[in-house]
Write a protein that binds this ligand. Sequence first.
Ligand code: ZN
Length: 293
Amino acid sequence: MMASRGCSRDELLQSMVMPSSALARPPISNFNVGAVGMTPNGDVYVGVNLEFLGMPLNNSVHAEQFLVANLRLHKETELELMAVNAAPCGHCRQFLSELACASTLQILLPGPKASRRSSRTGDAPSQYSLADLLPMRFCPQDLLGDCPPPLLLQEQKLHLQFTADFCANPRYAPWVDGHGSAQSTALYKALEQARESFAPYSNCPAGVAIVTRSEQVYAGAYLESCAFNPGMQALQVALVDAAIHGLPRYTDIALVLVAEVPGSQVQHAPMIRLLLQSIAPVAEVIDVHLTRG
Ligand SMILES: [Zn+2]
């Protein structure tokens, strides 16, 4: 694409930012953000911001978070370069610190805006490292030590299964047995996403699968931050999956499966139910009980 357009890698990404931002869904701020990222292989992914009417603002998905969730949903393991139409907020800078590739990530910003908003003087470069944007940051190693487990975008393999009680439930047993139904597909996607959660700080994983009225299935995993608040709920990641694949309205959501370990220190279903009450009030929410091992 770069050769056919006669532009550099940086120019290509920057040219895609504004068209991408048009896909954002920010009904509260009306401030569209687009984040376009490139992997070391040259594959390009997009992120946009999502806001949810009726819910506190901290339920919003930021464009940079959407981009990371998009990369993860496509099994990408590294983000090399990212272009954004506005300087990433502190929340996103902290979230990006979870990436295993955080030390090599480069971020392209509109030069004049960045220089106006920052304390830099003179000619500010348009390309920044995360260390430029968030020096002296609190990072995964502060909680996990110098030899941390796999970080964000690296493979996560948690050992989780359905509980015996869940499998024995007469409503859910046919889904567990698997007959190709949307519910069965969603059940195993929720389990898969829970196993692939990034939850090194709480060790309380969760996976969510959404089934729409037309029986489309979308799914997402819980993604933590060492600073806790900048993480992503599993439902937010599942909504990213839905947005990527064109779900037109949240009210098309008919069923949501929340897979987690009952009794863990962090429980995900209560917040997920609250968000769904606002965006998809008729959706049925089912707790899928998991056990470790
Ligand atoms: Zn942000």
